[in-house]
Design a protein around this ligand. Structure first.
Ligand code: C5P
Length: 421
């Protein structure tokens, strides 16, 4: 390739992928020939590239090609004779910072969507914790097929998979439509995006609330709720790891490298959040704020022998999110949470509108074992500017990572549409 023929990667540094280990998965479509260039580009960008070819891919391209281009052994066989004591798929799975499957055929997309692992590539993907970038390439009718569309939707809804959408054009068999593998520029940009996503919130001020408020009845009793604060803390941690200046306002005390302001009641939370709101770019309100508080707090411990019945008069707490939704600046992003026991979708959508939020995260609290107190949750994300997303059961940190992407995107959209101060 002549110097001037090299794809233009814009702001790419000389060795942007230095020290990164990438497993390049090649499945069996004609676009496999482009994977050779991709392997070479990745190596020239500094990555340590290990290639795994599916048996079908070897009909189009050879292991030797990748071996020569990447200067690492290329792998095809799941049950090779010459392996070390450690199975190849476990070794590669653990080494990888990122998996890139290019081209990804309808077949491998279907296998990954259902967890089938019948060759070295699919087995290794199942054994890795690294993110997996998929560059689909196939005939337009195969891409349009509901089976493929369903499988892509399944993968898109899993935090670990990212799709680099195929382009429209004339495909190898002469048909016209969407199905051409994304350009190598797009794939390289997506690789960098995945590997260096941690800085996407650099320079942003993110305010997060966590935990459940406690509304005192007397000096020893309170009205509380089941919130553990885990979602909010995971959210603050994820945003901090991506370079944001984070402030956590929490009913749970935690030791963190960013400021944590501990509050107890809804009114205390309101005071702090309102004081901080103006200087934040995004507010993520995960806290379970009590809707009511005792009208009067007894100074003394209430005696149980006053009478057989005891009536506690309650008064409404301010809805912090609602109030801030009304005064937010056009450049600010507000994310609310909705814990629903019925009509998840309609109730969540209604709150998104009513509270003037940018994004809302709904979860069904009637599902056992997830949500309150658990390390996992399953949520639906609704936004005023994007399609509805459903995230299946996953760790709260994984949901938080996804929400960091959502926040970056929402802030970027506001910036691009001129909605800045
Ligand atoms: O209407 P609902 O209470 O279900 O809304 C939940 C969302 O509103 C959460 O993001 C929660 O933090 C916020 N909220 C609030 N103030 C309240 C009640 C809820 O900010 N008093």
């Amino acid at each position: 390739m002549k110097k001037e023929d090299k794809p233009d990667f814009g702001e790419f540094k000389a060795n942007p992928l230095a020290d990164k280990t990438i497993v390049l998965g090649v499945s069996g479509g004609i676009a496999a020939y482009k994977a050779c260039d991709l392997a070479s580009l990745m190596r020239h960008a500094g990555a340590n590239v290990h290639t795994i070819l599916t048996p079908a891919a070897t009909q189009f391209v050879s292991a030797l090609t990748f071996q020569t281009l990447t200067r690492n052994q290329a792998h095809c066989q799941q049950f090779a004779d010459d392996i070390d004591w450690r199975p190849e798929h476990i070794d590669l799975a653990q080494k990888a910072d990122l998996f890139v499957i290019a081209p990804a055929t309808a077949n491998i997309i279907a296998k990954l969507a259902s967890g089938i692992c019948d060759d070295l590539l699919t087995t290794t993907v199942l054994a890795t914790k690294a993110k997996v970038l998929l560059a689909p390439a196939m005939n337009p009718r195969m891409l349009e097929h509901p089976a493929t569309q369903n499988n892509l939707a399944i993968l898109e809804n899993q935090f670990r998979y990212k799709i680099v959408p195929p382009e429209t054009g004339e495909v190898a068999c002469g048909d016209w439509g969407a199905g051409k593998m994304a350009s190598l520029d797009s794939i390289m940009a997506a690789i960098q995006g995945q590997l260096f996503s941690h800085q996407t919130l650099a320079g942003k001020n993110i305010l997060v609330t966590a935990g459940g408020t406690r509304e005192p009845i007397d000096p020893v009793r309170f009205i509380g709720n089941k919130s553990s604060g885990k979602m909010g803390i995971a959210m603050a941690d994820a945003a901090y790891a991506r370079g944001a200046a984070v402030k956590l306002i929490s009913t749970v005390a935690v030791d963190r490298p960013y400021p944590v302001i501990v509050v107890e009641t809804a009114l205390e939370m309101q005071e702090v959040v309102e004081g901080e709101f103006d200087s934040c770019d995004a507010l993520v309100m995960t806290a379970a704020v009590a809707d009511f508080r005792p009208l009067a707090v007894s100074v003394q411990k209430i005696k149980k022998n006053v009478s057989e019945d005891f009536t506690l008069e309650l008064t409404k707490n301010p809805d912090i999110l609602d109030l801030l939704g009304q005064i937010k600046r056009p450049d600010q992003v507000i994310i609310g949470f909705a814990a629903e026991s019925e009509e998840l979708l309609s109730n969540t959508a209604e709150k998104l509108q009513r509270k003037n939020l940018d994004v809302i995260v709904g979860n069904d609290i009637s599902v056992p074992d997830i949500g309150f107190g658990s390390d996992d949750n399953a949520v639906v994300i609704m936004s005023v500017s994007a399609e509805r997303e459903t995230l299946p059961r996953m760790p709260k940190r994984a949901i938080a990572e996804h929400l960091c992407d959502v926040i970056s995107q929402a802030l970027l959209e506001k910036q691009e549409s001129g909605l800045t101060i």
